[in-house]
Ligand binder design. Sequence first.
Ligand code: HSE
Length: 319
Amino acid sequence: MTKIFKAYAPASAANLSVGFDLLGAALKPIDGAILGDEITISNEDSEPCSVEIEGKFAHKLPSDPKKNIVYDAYLMYKDELQKRGLKTENVHMVLSKNLPVCSGLGSSAASVVAAVVALDAIHGNVLGKEGCIDLMGRLEGKISGSIHYDNVAPCYFGGLQLIIEENGIISTTLPDFDNWYWVSCFPGIKVSTNAARKILPTEYKRSDVITYGRQLATFVHACHTGDDKLAAATLHDVIAEPYRASLIPGFTEAREYGKTLGSLGTGISGSGSAVFSIFEDLDKAKEMKEYLERNFIANEDGFCHVCKIDRQGAFAKEL
Ligand code: HSE
């Protein structure tokens, strides 16, 4: 019997200034635009796994689909099923690569999450949420050199995620703020996470460590108490932004312009080059979008959206 599922995995912003490697939010444009990767999976193909790639950013990926992370996802998924004594179906996967690579929008995470969600859907969800997130983290680690869940967790679970990695818990959903609009802008230039990690110090000053702990703890407290003003007051990055800002032309100016519009915080999205800027006022968010489109976007690959947090995260539906 032919089965066909379509999986969607949203863009995400990691770090959020205050939670390096430990916070991330899934994003959804308010105008209904698609800001995420999609995979259509079907069974009954003659090969064990074939992959086709289409979409706006398909041309930025290796031309051999077997070099795509989606194919790695199939191989690792197959291993997981083998460990459970189960057989993998022959599958055909079509990846719609809608997110630019090395963008700071969780592009590789979105492909990984969409692939695992699609594979698990067609196999009757045998891995379940815990098995899936574990596999997604390992796949993402394969690409970026180390396992960090701050893109895969928000992409998969949706919402604002705090990474826990203790007592068998990978991450937990924090209450987010309904009144926040997130302007997310990709300028069109690539910044590799690997390279952006290499320029960070290997050790930090005690005062920065204390500031980081204080701000993150306060942000989490503010989320739980619904204190949006307090949460906004903590949005200052002492870990990555001082070292990475120079990789992103126009970032410092954008942050300053955001302040003049009353932004609650403007920061680097993940390891860049995308930036995010948070507003309570939708008109101001739209003004920031116009500024970024005029002054920050460097080429035709760039784009900007006013978003809300995507609380649904990744999902698959049967076609
Ligand atoms: N938190 C990572 C970094 C990027 O800033 O290097 C996203 O996983």
